[in-house]
Design a protein. Sequence first.
Length: 903
Amino acid sequence: MSRNMANSSTFFLLWMLCSVALAIFIQAQQQTGFISIDCGSPENLPYTDDVTNIKYSSDGSYIQTGVNKNISTEYAYPKNPNLPEPLSDLRSFPQGVRNCYGLIAGRKGNLHLIRASFLYGNYDGENNLPEFDLYVGANFWSSVTFRNASEEVVLEIISMAESDVTNVCLVNKGKGTPFISALELRPIYSPIYNAEFGESSSLLLFKRWDIGSIINASGRYQDDVYDRIWSPYDSPSWDSVKTSSEINVNANGYRAPFEVMKNAARPRNNSDSLELSWTPDEPNSKFYVYLYFAELDQLQKTQLRKFTISWNGSPLFEPLVPHYLYATVVSNSKPLVANEHHVSIQKTKDSTLPPILNAVEIYVVREQDTIPTLEQDVDAMVDTKERYGVQRNWVGDPCEPRNYSWEGIRCNYSASLPRQIISLNLSSSGLSGIIAPSIANLSLLESLDLSNNSLTGTVPRFLEELRFLKYLNLQGNKLSGSVTNTLEERSRAGLLTMKVDDQNRCAWGDKKNKKVVVPIVASLSSVLALLVVFILIWKFMRTNNSDEEMSKPINGVRTVASRNWQYTYVEVLEITENFKTVIGKGGFGTVYIGKTKNGNQVAVKVFSPSSSSQGPKEFQTEAELLMTVHHKNLVSFIGYCDDDNKMALIYEYMANGNLKDSLSVRNSQNLSWERRIQIAIDAAEGLDYLHHGCKPPIIHRDVKSANILLNEDLEAKIADFGLSRVFRNEKQNVEVSAVPQNDNKNTESAVMGTTGYLDPEYYKLRNLNEKSDIYSFGIVLLELITGQPAVLKGEQRMHILDWLRPELKSKDLSRVLDPRLQGQYDENAAWKALVIAISCTASSSIQRPTMSVVLSELKQCLKVELPSPSDTIVVPRNVYSELYSSSEAYSMDSESITYPFPR
Ligand SMILES: *[C@@H]1O[C@H](CO)[C@@H](O)[C@H](O)[C@H]1NC(C)=O
Ligand SMILES: *[C@@H]1O[C@H](CO)[C@@H](O)[C@H](O)[C@H]1NC(C)=O
Ligand SMILES: *[C@@H]1O[C@H](CO)[C@@H](O)[C@H](O)[C@H]1NC(C)=O
Ligand SMILES: *[C@@H]1O[C@H](CO)[C@@H](O)[C@H](O)[C@H]1NC(C)=O
Ligand SMILES: *[C@@H]1O[C@H](CO)[C@@H](O)[C@H](O)[C@H]1NC(C)=O
Ligand SMILES: *[C@@H]1O[C@H](CO)[C@@H](O)[C@H](O)[C@H]1NC(C)=O
Ligand SMILES: *[C@@H]1O[C@H](CO)[C@@H](O)[C@H](O)[C@H]1NC(C)=O
Ligand SMILES: *[C@@H]1O[C@H](CO)[C@@H](O)[C@H](O)[C@H]1NC(C)=O
């Protein structure tokens, strides 16, 4: 097993839904991924807390600002013998408005439990309770207030990482100096605590109760992989039940510790119900409740424990029968909102035993309406800061929270877009060295002031990449070389205010040459035209240089260097022999086979005039940009036609057609298991390139088996990528009947995609991102594995996920795998592929892996000897199918349904 563990990377664990693999991992290596900071403790003094056994470290590597303090002796040990050790000291922040801890905790999209603890303890001798605000990243978490100096304020939030670094920031509101005593982060690997929320909200802990517990104090247990703090909760009308037998808590991702699960409460009077009530701190708070059940008594044949759970009088779940020594968690799938909350657990009529309850967690939704700064801009700023050692309080998100943005920058706060930096002023900041290349990545920069520093080196060419630059000040530096012609032109055309030292002026723009220049810049429009050309050439050259793979000539048909991509309509007619042979029809147009002059077979996609919402200019621009996108797993562009509103794209010809046809029942050609996995890998490579190799990233939006083409060697390539860029308002591909309500403002109007492949979250929230492609890819992968189409056509149309769910219950692989494979596959690899596919189709996009992760996992499926798979697979609730059925007000959460793997 240990060899196994060493091989499996952390990333693998982050997204694998197999909780048992996780269990073993964590037992072997407690506190994996834990960050436990005893704020204010002396440097380099990691220690293990006697009570919790948790290893705490000092702040040093997480924050540079603040001062260490000890609480005053009257609140400290030994006067306060129960004081947790981390709370005896703290870090306070007399300087700066915002101070942040940077926690490096996995990747963007990971779920974290973050806990911040505060004990004032009159550390400053002023006996004055401060009040300040706490943020996670750019998002408001909570205000921190105290009732007295000895109060331990502990705040917990479950939140999704917005980047590799999670910033926890304290903001001074002018009501006293912020401080913090302890900061802890626990990674949550399983897709839990997730009802409804994704990138748009976090969960604040409201209550976490260990029901029926016999101990008085809050408990924290070593077998709790999330290190939660459980408070005892009891009622005089309850009795305790307990067991000392082992309980299976691993079947669901919540994994409450044994100490918590082993006790339960039941009503003293058998016919009573168990009642829980709470009042929200703020009206309109949205609550999620997680109820933990495990049967602790071995029941006789004649006995039955069955109960209903209702909230404010309406049923919350279907009647439940807890399993013997087996933990089940149920949670509401829609948030609960009311002035008072009453949860009642009542035995059903046929139940011979009273209800039980083992534990409860209650969370409040904290909307994350702040849009963080674009990662590329953050990276560029961090790089700039580090390169120059900028002595400013540049921590956390540069643009958010809005009133506390970094000094010297201004951001664009337009409604729905990520924040981007539009102005950077580093004037008189003692900078030396060259102008930081990362500045070129601040793509919306309008104003750049680097004046009065000691910058050296040449004036970089990349400044002209900043298309929106209106103000540039480089005066008072020691730069050599001159600004580029492009910048001079923009300056002369009045588009740019440029202040540079004389030696940096462009020779081309000297007075002597002015005559030459005048005709060129005579009209503004010609300058703009030139600009467009420059940008195009630059983009083209850059894509060309940055990735070798991209610039490979296409099959000898045409090298990238020859820019003769444009074909006339007459040429298209010649190539297709007057549109002789149709080889396909898609949402965007009809595809014909053709032959170029040099004898290469091509596919020509001809668009109906109505299908483009854009003018010819845009089509041309987009087409030219797409021509620069090259990858061995993307169907190559050969050219385009844009002649008198007749538009066509010419692609390389793919001899074996599309994957959908290859997989269809009619098709006799049988794809082997290895070939199927190889096709999945090919397609994943193509998508990974679109997502991570292209700038800006390209989201395909219509990944489906019909858009994956196979060449004569059955190598797969992605087709139709980038078309969504060309045809932005295209609607005809969508066949979805019901239109859900949608109040989300950060959305776009037209949903693109194909029934069966359409990401339910994108459909609901309309916030498009690469994870929508991941969902669709997951469906394609399921098609490859099962041989079933995305939508099964029988008496009733059925989504592949809905078909899969009951089939998996049988634990019989042969029921789900394509019968045409005739058992010719490695079982472990097949399970693994299934897990990958299912994780891709998680209903919440944050739980889906990225294409790179999918890719590396798929590659393992090709290896012969896979380790024996883990025990559980969780099929996500398919929100998509809910679009069709009139779902009940509240339904069982999917997480409780698990399917054991065979050994
Ligand atoms: C806090 O107390 C510890 C020992 O109890 C001491 O080592 C440390 O220097 C003190 N820190 C400050 C900031 O006074
Ligand atoms: C401080 O406040 C907490 C919470 O209200 C309370 O439990 C505690 O008794 C108070 N302590 C003192 C010394 O007043
Ligand atoms: C719980 O607290 C009560 C008084 O508050 C005390 O009598 C009892 O011994 C405590 N029980 C335990 C297990 O600590
Ligand atoms: C239990 O509750 C029922 C109904 O509330 C009541 O009739 C019965 O007397 C109670 N039994 C006991 C033992 O208290
Ligand atoms: C920012 O400050 C302005 C006025 O200074 C205030 O109206 C606004 O609410 C503040 N915004 C935030 C997010 O604090
Ligand atoms: C912010 O960006 C939007 C869209 O790019 C643009 O329309 C707007 O003018 C920008 N605002 C500022 C202040 O630059
Ligand atoms: C940059 O900041 C300096 C002072 O810090 C100021 O004099 C200058 O005008 C600013 N530049 C711009 C473009 O606002
Ligand atoms: C600019 O951003 C790209 C990706 O967003 C990154 O690969 C590159 O390193 C950045 N360039 C600099 C100079 O920071």
